[in-house]
Write a new protein. Structure first.
Length: 394
């Protein structure tokens, strides 16, 4: 992801983008009025991203890749997906069964994983894809049509999580950060208020209100657990949708591993007193900024992941937290250096080396992105976590 920039240097909307954004903004204004003049940020974010036919992930626009708003690790390089495939092969060799990818982006990772597993002789019976974005699902179909017939026949798109638990691997790359979150602000005396959205002369404005009971309880637990008090004016996020999401995904796994890739932190780092503005980020045409109230419906809105909350939710769902580390450590453990060294020729070698640096370097994706493994009925070691174990930090 790119670093945050002032909204004043964001590129202007095209005529089509403006028309679409105006339609989303009109829907949001209607919802605010219908709610009595105040809408929780969680609901605002949910509508901006997922409103049927209008939300960012529901409507047809290019989101991922150089022509989109942001670039994910599988789009940076197939080296990432080849490493993921190596971890999948390790699990599938024990469990057999299937792979389920949640939010498959452009389909590039699915294609590379299937090709790599075919080469390794450890193919899943089925490669399921659950995708909420209709236009991304179409891009996935176009990409995967290029695979050999035997691999294409293994791909199945789902409209909902499978009813029968699977054996194998569940993959989620940059999915948790897009779950709608609640925002809070610490006021004088440590009082917690919930951030929401109101209208002022037709424009969206933030306004704090009494917190929803679930948010109030979560913040009370946070403040009790943190080693230092949070200063007045401190703003951050809590994603209470993590628990039901993890529980639902856990119900889909009979035996095997869930691999989560996302940018995030353990709780003590996430809610550090110096992180006074939280982690909310918006992405528009390869630029990141922190204003969710512009370009609604045509920009992504995300928040970093509290991996401690993920781990707690996993334990509550009967899953084992088997691994947690940085993306860099995971990729090194699964052979990115050997994959990069396979390049033939100086130009190809330089290209792969540059891609590997972007995936590994602390200033790029290597440290901000974390990998967590959740397992059920699986006792074998996971090679991707052999170089680093950060579970003690959760």
């Amino acid at each position: 992801m790119t670093s945050s920039v002032p909204r004043s240097i964001l590129p202007p909307l095209s005529a089509d983008e403006k028309q679409h954004s105006d339609a989303v903004a009109a829907l949001l204004r209607e919802q605010i009025v219908a709610a009595g003049g105040w809408l929780s940020f969680e609901r605002f974010m949910e509508l901006a991203l997922y409103a049927p036919g209008l939300g960012y992930y529901s409507a047809g626009s290019v989101k991922i890749g150089a022509a989109g708003d942001f670039v994910t690790a599988p789009e940076v390089s197939d080296l990432f997906s080849r490493c993921v495939a190596r971890q999948c092969a390790e699990v599938l060799s024990v469990t057999g069964g299937d792979i389920l990818e949640l939010g498959a982006g452009t389909g590039r990772m699915a294609a590379t994983v299937l090709e790599s597993l075919a080469a390794a002789g450890v193919l899943p019976d089925r490669y399921y894809i659950l995708e909420v974005s209709a236009d991304l699902a179409e891009r996935q179909r176009e990409r995967l049509r290029t695979l050999p017939q035997d691999l294409r026949d293994r791909v199945v798109w789902l409209e909902r999580l499978p009813e029968r638990p699977i054996r194998g691997v569940i993959l989620a790359n940059e999915v948790l950060d897009a779950l709608a979150c609640q925002r809070f602000v610490v006021q004088l005396g440590g009082e917690i208020r919930e951030s929401g959205v109101s209208l002022a002369e037709g424009s969206f404005v933030e306004r704090a209100s009494a917190p929803h009971p679930a948010l109030a309880g979560a913040c009370e637990a946070l403040l009790h657990e943190l080693p230092q008090p949070l200063p007045e004016g401190y703003t951050s996020e809590v994603c209470l949708r993590l628990e039901p999401w993890i529980a639902s995904v856990g119900e889909c796994l009979e035996r095997g591993a869930v691999l989560l890739f996302d940018y995030g932190l353990p709780r003590s780092h996430y809610y550090h007193p110096q992180r006074v503005s939280g982690t909310l980020r918006c992405h528009f045409k390869q630029l990141a900024h922190d204003d969710p109230y512009v370009n609604v419906g045509v920009q992504d809105i995300t928040a970093w992941v509290d991996f401690t909350r993920v781990a707690e939710a996993a334990v509550a769902a009967g899953l084992d937290v088997t691994g947690f580390g940085t993306q860099a450590a995971f990729l090194l453990a699964t052979g990115i250096e050997s994959f990069a060294a396979e390049a033939s020729g100086t130009v190809e070698h330089a290209r792969r080396a540059g891609e590997a640096r972007r995936l590994l370097m602390p200033g790029e994706m290597g440290e901000a992105f974390k990998v967590m493994a959740l397992t059920r009925n699986y006792a074998a070691p996971l090679g991707g976590f052999s170089l680093q174990d950060l579970r003690h930090s959760l």
